[in-house]
Design a protein around this ligand. Structure first.
Ligand code: PEP
Length: 260
């Protein structure tokens, strides 16, 4: 069985390096000893050189960036290349987050970034998710289109390094009660897994972890993973509080241990 994942997306927080160090130190303390869950931490890229010094050892959390460009170097003002970030122990990358798509990133660009990051040895966390839902189920078509745009350039082998984070945009940044209902999540997780199997076959498809993101808190984490048919969580605001994040990781560990 795949190891469950809990990814911390700090977004553009905190502002000060000293505070980022405190969040990381607290997080490392909280998750020390957790073995059944792979912890992944995505701080702002500019803090990586300093924060990476504190992340040591085979069992340590993986470091992740919140975006990467699809070229190694050149006249691309403001971009960060995979080759740059990997010098500071980043081995995972969130790509296509809705907060970037809202600012103009399209499916084609996300697809190029995913392919390039995987070719450079990263685990790519592809974010997908509809902005809204309607009675006709347009959200299924929306999610399928987002996935197919990326699948178009991905080979079977690339799936070893792919994670899909389903994050319905309407459920992001809210209170725990406003996270997605687990029976709805179960259907969507199944739909995503079915698309993967149809395109790549069962074995390669089963290597891909499907995560949920959107208002995950200590009080709903266990239920989401137990009932939602997902392999882990992508956590935004709650990941900035090491105590809350630690509780979420331990909640997922409880589910992982019960499923062995
Ligand atoms: C996110 O934006 O990736 C996210 C999951 O945020 P939050 O947990 O704050 O809803």
């Amino acid at each position: 069985m795949k190891k469950k994942l809990v990814i911390a997306n700090w977004k553009m927080n905190p502002v000060k390096l000293a505070d980022a160090k405190k969040v990381l130190t607290g997080t490392l303390k909280e998750v020390a000893g957790v073995k059944a869950v792979q912890v992944v931490v995505c701080p702002p890229t500019v803090f990586l050189p300093e924060l990476s010094k504190a992340v040591k050892g085979a069992g340590a959390p993986r470091l992740c960036v919140q975006d990467l460009f699809h070229e190694g170097s050149g006249a691309y003002t403001g971009q960060t290349s995979p080759q740059m970030a990997k010098q500071f122990k980043a081995t995972w990358a969130i790509l296509g987050h809705s907060e970037r798509r809202e600012r103009g990133e399209d499916n084609e660009t996300v697809g190029r970034k995913v392919r390039y990051a995987i070719a450079e040895g990263y685990t790519a966390v592809l974010c997908i998710g509809e902005r809204e839902r309607n009675e006709e189920g347009a959200h299924y078509t929306f999610v399928r289109d987002e996935l197919e745009a990326v699948f178009a350039g991905l080979k079977r082998k690339d799936l070893e390094k792919l994670v899909i984070a389903y994050e319905p945009v309407w459920a992001i940044g809210k209170r725990a009660e406003e996270a997605m209902q687990t029976h709805e999540l179960y259907e969507m997780a199944l739909f995503i897994k079915k698309l993967l199997i149809e395109r790549y076959g069962r074995k390669p498809a089963e290597q891909v972890s499907v995560l949920y993101g959107g208002s995950v808190k200590p009080e709903n984490a266990e239920q989401i993973v137990r009932e939602g048919g997902v392999d882990g969580l992508l956590v935004g605001s709650a990941s900035l509080d090491p105590k809350q994040y630690g509780e979420i990781v331990r909640a997922v560990q409880t589910v992982a241990q019960a499923q062995v």
